[in-house]
Design a protein around this ligand. Structure first.
Ligand code: COI
Length: 346
């Protein structure tokens, strides 16, 4: 068969087919898509099977499974973006695979190989292609889960494991301004605990303070370190950066802070100092912003600590806005990807 010149191939590219979704109304909530990908750990071969694409739906679990009884599980979050030419890009999926591997080691679980992780993510996105929002109108959030699914009543690692990837189109994580309340009683993580990995059990323990803060009109809580209660760590689902003069700093991720993939990307786009950040530093910061896969980069409007509210610079001239534009430009294929962060998958 003869080969066509590149130009003809571009012109012949089929128009993408889209699911019937009101893309502009999307927030951060589950919209059920068509398919998910599942891999089971084979005990004899000591490895995960090849991923199988099945219809998205409920899964069966033994009531005594490790995930249900003892929370032996991890999750990841990454996004697929639609380019202007309707191609699809993943943003740094290898970083998620690596983070899951480190987490699996901490949680005494086997992890899929890098190749298996990437294959399952790609298969899930391609099977749900029509749910990847049009360019500039959201993204497909991909949620890999690794869990102990074998029965175990005794307190010990599960006998079987499942790796599952599902996806949902999403819009903005937070609508409106980000007003943080410093939580000085409940801690998200303790030294030696699991705060530095994406354990499923890291989240529901802070629902109580988060719900209370939201009832008072705040959008999120900002956690302090458990040892001294004097240094800022992170929000419920995001890393934090503060800007003073020309210096941007972020708390050192040394086991009690989740090493963020968007956070790391931000360091590459702007020089950042990673150090301990005492709570007092937020009182005279000029700008504060949060990063996360779900949140991307978002300016913080205010931080309230023990009744004292500090407000920060917002708007088009902020470093946060510039970082947001640079990052989303790369993620959606608008800006040149000089660092090789994106992976085309169609
Ligand atoms: C992400 O940004 O992917 C997160 O993990 C936040 C999530 C808890 C919504």
């Amino acid at each position: 068969m003869g080969s066509f010149p590149k130009q003809d191939q571009v012109e012949c590219k089929e128009k993408a087919e889209y699911a019937n979704v009101n893309w502009d109304e999307l927030g951060f909530a589950l919209t059920k898509t068509d398919y998910m990908c599942i891999m089971n750990f084979n005990q004899d071969e000591r490895q995960f099977s090849q991923g199988t694409i099945t219809r998205f739906g409920n899964i069966e679990l033994c009531p005594s499974s490790g995930i249900l009884n003892y929370g032996q599980g991890l999750f990841e979050g990454l996004k697929a973006y639609r380019k202007e030419d309707e191609g699809i890009l993943l943003f740094r999926p290898e970083e998620n695979a690596l983070r899951m591997k480190i987490g699996a080691d901490r949680m005494c679980m086997p992890s899929p190989t890098m190749e298996q992780f990437l294959d399952a993510v790609k298969k899930t996105v391609l099977a749900n292609k029509r749910w990847v929002p049009p360019h500039g109108r959201g993204s497909l959030y991909i949620r890999p889960l690794l869990m102990g699914t074998g029965q175990n009543l005794g307190v010990k690692p599960a006998s079987e494991y499942t790796f599952l990837v599902y996806a949902s189109p999403v819009g903005n994580y937070n609508k409106g301004e980000l007003n943080l309340m410093v939580e000085d009683k409940v801690h998200r993580a303790t030294p030696g605990g699991t705060g530095g990995v994406k354990a499923v059990t890291n989240y529901s323990p802070f629902y109580k303070p988060l719900t209370e803060a939201k009832a008072e009109g705040f959008s999120d809580v900002l956690f302090l370190d458990a040892l001294t209660g004097s240094k800022i760590e992170e929000g419920s689902a995001c890393n934090i950066f503060i800007l003073k003069g020309n210096v941007i700093s972020t708390p050192t991720a040394d086991g009690t802070i989740l090493p963020g993939i968007t956070e790391k990307a931000s360091w590459n786009l702007h020089q950042v100092e990673e150090l301990a950040v005492p709570i007092e530093e937020v009182f005279d910061a000029e700008e504060v912003f949060c990063t996360g896969t779900a949140m991307v980069v978002k300016s913080v409007a205010s931080i309230t600590y023990q009744g004292k509210r500090t407000e920060y610079k917002m708007g088009a001239e902020t470093v946060a806005q510039k970082l947001h534009a640079a990052l989303t430009g790369i993620q959606t294929g608008v800006n040149e990807d000089k660092l090789g962060w994106t992976m085309a998958i169609d």
